[in-house]
Design a protein around this ligand. Structure first.
Ligand SMILES: Cc1ncc(COP(=O)(O)O)c(C=O)c1O
Length: 429
């Protein structure tokens, strides 16, 4: 599949140094959608900035949802350097201070009572550990999840995520029921109507199957889509009545991005487990975690997360430093305040063009919504922003999603929206 952003960037003839690496990358890696071949090559990252192989600086409003505290944060780099000099690895049957402290800290910050933790190195690992724990805790093997979602790349998680393409390619695993999500996949349907339809489908699924090991979902979708306040309490009731565990996947939306440390805190519900990943490693190391109700400590006879790096002191040191920055600098509150101001500007921009049908935002997760007849313009606007020094992403084929680091300076956020405005003025007058 051709990537219009990559094609456009290359047609510009940008960056011979980058091109050489890009070609070598295309020859060295197995190709896969969204990963290889790539748009360009980087030589440095710093704060909100990417620097490409030719020295071009680009604000990163995508960052694979890993850069909540920005790139190369000095606290994380210092913690890693110190850890490297003392205890860089911890083999099985031993523990260590950073891993234990990180588990204790995550439990203490989880607003739902006593918790227990497992660490992994990817969101995929952590999702699978959570689902395996739900299998053991409930004695059931079927998970409930939303259509058109992504919960990871492993065979099991691919099926739970419910993306039709990968499910068709890997048809063995049958342990998941999918229902329409709480957001509308077409414009013109209100958030209330979409969530009502989703809830109805959930009721029917619970009615048919009695109960599931788990209901696994993002409490807020990173596009962003935020369900109405009533949605999660209703789902919690369904779970409670059927003995189904509720797992919130906060791999992409957790750790402050939505204006709360945990995205689930926007709703008056208690998940049985929360899964974190991506930003937990401070955009330096791969680190993920399952936070589970303490009384779900019921799988001691099994190896549900027996990963080689499960108690890595190095990864944990990065996680601890990241949490310290997030909490000490109140970055969730900052995301809430900055996101509110930025969203008003985006809404004004959307109101000026008939080719856009609105703007949405939750904290520092924001998006412009392209009208159905203008969807093919979304990648062109993305490319134009990139040429002007802003890396954004197109989600669900119709949203230009803007997700800056929470450490962003308000002036830089304004400059980024100026870039979006200039691209819209040119392409969506
Ligand atoms: C919501 C969500 N869950 C889980 C994952 C899997 O995380 P990882 O790619 O670290 O395995 C992703 C990755 O994009 C994600 O967006």
């Amino acid at each position: 599949m051709t990537d219009p952003v990559r094609e456009g960037w290359w047609q510009d003839g940008l960056g011979p140094a980058g091109h050489d690496l890009v070609r070598r990358d295309a020859d060295a890696f197995l190709h896969q959608t969204g990963s290889s071949p790539v748009v360009s090559a980087l030589r440095a990252v710093d704060g909100i900035w990417l620097e490409d192989a030719d020295g071009r600086r680009i604000m990163d409003f995508h960052g694979n949802s890993c850069h909540n505290i920005g790139y190369g944060h000095p606290a994380v780099i210092a913690a890693l350097k110190a850890q490297l000099d003392t205890l860089p690895f911890c083999p099985r049957r031993f523990t260590n201070a950073p891993a234990t402290e990180l588990a204790e800290r995550l439990s203490a910050l989880w607003p739902h009572g006593p918790a227990r933790i497992l660490f992994g190195t990817s969101g995929t690992d952590a999702i699978e550990m959570a689902v395996k724990l739900a299998y053991v805790a409930t004695g059931r093997k079927t998970t409930l999840a939303f259509e058109d979602t992504w919960h990871g790349a492993a065979l099991g998680a691919v099926w739970i995520g419910g993306r039709a393409r990968e499910r068709a390619a890997f048809p063995e695993f049958q342990g998941c029921v999918h229902v329409p999500p709480y957001w509308s996949r077409e414009p013109g349907i209100s958030a209330d109507d979409a969530a009502s339809a989703s809830l109805q489908a959930l009721r029917e699924a619970f009615g048919r199957d009695g109960g599931f090991a788990a209901m696994l979902a993002e409490p807020i979708r990173s596009t962003p889509h935020r369900p109405p306040d009533w949605f999660w309490p209703e789902v919690r009731d369904l779970c409670d009545h059927t003995g189904t565990l509720l797992i919130f996947d906060e791999v992409a939306v957790g750790l402050g991005k939505t204006g709360r440390l945990y995205a689930g805190e926007h709703f008056p519900v208690r998940p049985d487990m929360t899964v974190l990943g991506k930003s937990l490693g401070g955009a330096v190391v791969p680190l993920s975690a399952v936070i589970a109700r303490a009384d779900l400590n019921v799988a001691g006879h099994l190896a549900i997360g027996h990963y080689t790096h499960e108690k890595s002191p190095l990864l944990a040191a990065a996680g601890l430093a990241t949490l310290r920055v997030l909490v000490d600098q109140a970055l969730a509150d900052k995301a809430q305040a900055l996101g509110g101001a930025a969203l008003s500007r985006l809404q004004n921009l959307a109101a000026r063009s008939g080719l856009l049908c609105g703007a949405r935002g939750v904290g520092l997760l924001m998006a412009l919504d392209f009208a159905p007849e203008a969807r093919n313009l979304a990648p062109s606007v993305q490319l134009d922003c990139l040429r002007r020094g802003l890396n954004a992403t197109v989600s669900e084929g119709r949203f230009l999603t803007l997700s800056p680091p929470l450490v962003i300076d308000p002036a830089d956020l304004d400059r980024a929206i100026d870039i979006v405005e200039a691209a819209l003025d040119r392409l969506c007058p």
